[in-house]
Design a protein around this ligand. Structure first.
Ligand code: SAH
Length: 471
């Protein structure tokens, strides 16, 4: 079972960033019903195609834990001889959600702005079952703005007299965000298929709405889509239909608004996290350090990003929270990132307000979203520990900009962004503290915004970059 996605906007290989899959590598993923492989048959500046190949194990399917697969009582043979390995079915949706998870969610770690870009994309499904025929296919995809090319496949190429099968070779072409294309496929492939194989959990309705967000409500066939998507579970269907047809329009609207606000807040936070990691990593990389500290490393996301840089020989994550260190350690264990990479990282348990000789001798340090977790009376000892004793050549320190909070509608006035924040600084307060620290300990300091720099209230996150005098 195969799905290829092609981008023709120069540089087309940006598709690799969007899918978070490198165009020069073949990558394989274990799924509960078989294996998925991603590779690029073409990766040129003007045309780049990513292929997702699903290798479904038909025997494992019937015997294995991926049950719930409907065989409609075709005798024992039917259990083993079925079309699942060959046709685009709801397995493909499951694979999309796992293998292209970030792209489906509209996230792009390396180039967040790419996820929002409308691209000339096409998707090709060589074998798509379609109960309802070509007319139904068109009714599904054309309202979403695609040009559809569908070629019916013969039941048996050597026996044309047998006529057509229910399968089509389908190509969709359109200009949209990759996230849109993937969510359309995610919802509509199972709709075309009769055997929705996986167990219908109550969250199916939520999945349908999550991935249908922004288009399903206005689709002319929304009820039919809901019905086919959920066809085995009448109770779920009723819920979905109620939500889709919005008989209680007021309540539905309110719910939508609330969901929108929550999602926007969540999305913003995600995007800001990515931007912050990129900004800090960039400043650190530019200094070409060999040994780098991540102070208050949390769950290790910056470490993982910095590990991609082969010139960094040693990365040390420090945190006071054992739980955070355990998570970071498990994310960066050798089975996940390879032995060589894992050997370059180490973790230290420690509190940043106590002098610690293990922190000496580093070229650069990140202190990302940590100072605001310290009680103000401890800031003084923290500054001494870092700038007087550890004395790295460069320090990149980020913290929220309190002035920006008024731009976050989900955040009640006067509240901090996180329960554990002890304070949040305005730009002036942050500069006053940083200028003072730099002057006292012999560093030069400069400031950079992270996230959009609002003319009135500044950026959501502020960064100070300290460079040791003479370094
Ligand atoms: N730098 C990470 C985590 C930020 S959350 C990121 O940006 O994603 C703040 C982290 O600082 C938490 O993991 C918390 O355990 C740690 N922290 C708070 N006070 C600390 C202290 N006194 N010493 C060391 N780490 C501390």
């Amino acid at each position: 079972m195969l799905l290829t996605i092609t981008n023709t906007r120069h540089p087309a290989t940006h598709l690799g960033y969007l899918l978070a899959k490198h165009p020069e590598r073949v990558q394989s993923f274990d799924l509960s019903f078989g294996k998925a492989h991603v590779f690029y048959p073409e990766a040129a500046p003007d045309c780049c195609t990513a292929a997702l190949l699903l290798d479904v194990d038909p025997v494992g399917l019937v015997r294995g834990p991926a049950s719930g697969f409907g065989t409609r009582g075709g005798g024992p043979l039917a259990n083993y001889v079925n079309d699942r390995p060959y046709v685009a079915s709801s397995f493909l949706s499951v694979a999309l959600a796992e293998v292209y998870r970030s792209a489906l969610g509209g996230r792009c770690r390396e180039h967040p702005e790419l996820a929002e870009e409308r691209l000339p994309l096409s998707a090709h499904l060589p074998v798509l079952p379609c109960r309802g025929g070509e007319g139904f296919l068109r009714q599904l995809f054309e309202p979403l703005g695609y040009q559809l090319h569908a070629e019916p496949l013969p039941l048996d190429e050597t026996r044309p007299e047998w006529g057509r099968s229910v399968y089509f070779s389908v190509t969709l072409e359109g200009e949209c965000r990759l996230q849109d294309l993937l969510s359309h496929l995610y919802v509509l492939i199972p709709v075309l298929d009769r055997d929705k194989h996986y167990w219908m959990a109550p969250d199916e309705v939520d999945k349908l709405f999550r991935h249908g967000e922004g288009w399903l409500h206005t689709h002319p066939l929304r009820e039919e889509i809901g019905r086919r998507y959920l066809f085995r579970r009448p109770s779920l269907l009723r819920e979905a239909l109620a939500r889709l047809t919005a008989d209680d329009a007021g309540a539905a609207e309110e719910r939508e608004e609330r969901q929108d606000a929550e999602e926007q807040a969540g999305e913003r936070a995600l995007r800001l996290n990515d931007l912050r990691i990129q900004a800090v990593a960039q400043v650190i990389r530019a200094a070409q350090p060999r040994k780098v500290l991540d102070l208050g490393c949390g769950e290790g996301r910056l470490l993982r990003e910095l590990l991609r840089d082969a010139q960094i020989e040693q990365l040390t994550g420090v945190d006071v929270s054992i739980r955070a260190l355990e998570i970071a350690q498990s994310r960066l264990r050798p089975e996940r990132i390879g032995n060589a990479a894992a050997q370059r990282v180490q973790f230290l348990h420690g509190a940043l307000n106590y002098r610690d000789s293990r922190l000496e001798g580093y070229d650069a340090a990140a202190v990302m979203e940590v100072v605001e977790h310290l009680d103000p009376p401890r800031l003084h000892s923290f500054a001494r520990v870092l700038f007087e004793h550890a004395r790295p050549g460069l320090v990149a320190l980020t913290t929220p900009n309190a002035e920006h909070n008024v731009r976050w509608p989900a955040l009640p006035a006067g509240r901090f962004r996180h329960r554990d924040h002890r304070f949040e600084w305005t730009r002036a307060e942050f500069r006053a503290w940083s200028d003072d620290v730099a002057a006292r300990f012999g560093y030069a300091v400069s400031y950079e915004p992270i996230g959009a720099d609002d003319p009135e209230v500044g950026p959501p996150t502020q960064m100070a970059v300290f460079r040791k005098a003479g370094a």
